[in-house]
Design a protein. Structure first.
Length: 326
């Protein structure tokens, strides 16, 4: 509780005890909250939390499962800022509620991977089968693009919406159990893909990934209209933290991987490195990020994930980047 708020409460209490009528004003919580996931693709935020950078700046972390949940926290007012991938970011700004993309902090062409049972020998054989993924996620969009590029009819593939934490076990049950009516493939970023490989061993393999789709799959920070109006300095502080945290990862790779492995669900540091090496750690926002988001929006529109194409460029606010726009 800050000093001003504490003094106000003490003063109100004294007046009430003295019998003075008091009209209580609305006292707003001045805590700044950022939502993100404890998983790969969010190493920047994990390091910022675990090294005390967020705490030092007075920013409270709100841990969620996946970017789509971070987007929900932002839209409902549970968070002032949220970290997410391109799919959830497009869904968020499509609601046109004033939220703005203020920075990209990580990207990686091949960060989404598709793991299938070994009896699925080619993408076309996914037709007539079930695929588990987190609905509305960046991995969902990447999988839709991959199916299109590989001649798979999406109307013949049953998407099973799942909590990504449950996907490795669901795949393992499908491999070892007698009931093959379950999912035969998964789409996900890390650590869900590598955890599926770990759980299922030689019974699964990578049938494809998101490389070569013409997008870098930017991980972005989205800020609410409320925080940008009331406390723009907090947004600038958050972007400064992203820069500092990424530099920590680059300069202290082994230590950073140990920290992240303890949070992401990776089995060990080696596994964490395999996940993290798929990514670039750089804060900014450039034309390739805009193009990637526009591609995500187009795919989401084609497959009915959004009802209309949002004007992405009008939902980018680069004033907080202080020149970090590349």
């Amino acid at each position: 509780m800050n000093a001003v708020r504490f003094f106000s409460l003490v003063l109100v209490g004294a007046l009430l005890l003295a019998g003075v009528a008091v009209v209580l004003p609305m006292i707003e919580d001045d805590t700044v909250t950022v939502a993100f996931s404890d998983k790969s693709n969010y190493e920047t935020l994990i390091i910022a939390k675990e090294t005390g950078m967020l705490e030092d700046a007075g920013i409270r972390p709100l841990l969620v499962t996946g970017g789509i949940r971070a987007a929900e926290a932002l839209v409902t007012g549970s968070a002032d800022m949220a970290a997410m991938g391109d799919g959830p970011a497009v869904s968020t700004i499509a609601k046109d509620n004033g939220a703005m993309i203020v920075a990209r902090f990580i990207n990686g062409e091949g960060m989404h991977r598709f793991i299938a049972h070994t009896d699925i020998s080619e993408p076309k054989e996914l037709e007539g089968n079930k695929v588990g993924l987190q609905q509305g996620s960046s991995s969902h969009g990447a999988f839709l693009r991959w199916m299109d590029a590989n001649g798979v009819d999406p109307d013949k593939v049953t998407i099973v919406p799942m909590d990504p934490k449950n996907i490795p076990l669901a795949m393992q049950i499908g491999v070892s159990g007698p009931d093959r009516d379950g999912i035969v493939a998964m789409a996900g970023s890390e650590p869900w893909a590598i955890a599926t490989e770990r759980e299922c061993g030689s019974a699964v393999y990578e049938i494809g990934n998101s490389s070569g789709q013409g997008t870098t799959f930017p991980m972005v920070l989205v800020a609410s209209q409320r925080i940008m109006d009331r406390n723009p300095a907090a947004v600038s502080d958050m972007i400064g933290i992203l820069v500092k945290s990424n530099q920590f990862i680059i300069d202290n790779w082994s230590e950073a991987m140990e920290i992240c492995a303890s949070r992401t669900g990776a089995a060990n540091v080696t596994e964490q490195e395999s996940c993290s090496l798929l990514q670039n750690y750089e804060v900014g926002f450039d034309e390739s990020d805009l193009q990637s988001l526009e591609m995500a929006a187009q795919v989401m529109l084609e497959f009915g994930r959004i009802s209309a194409l949002p004007d992405i460029s009008s939902h980018i606010d680069k004033r907080f980047l202080n020149g970090l726009d590349a």
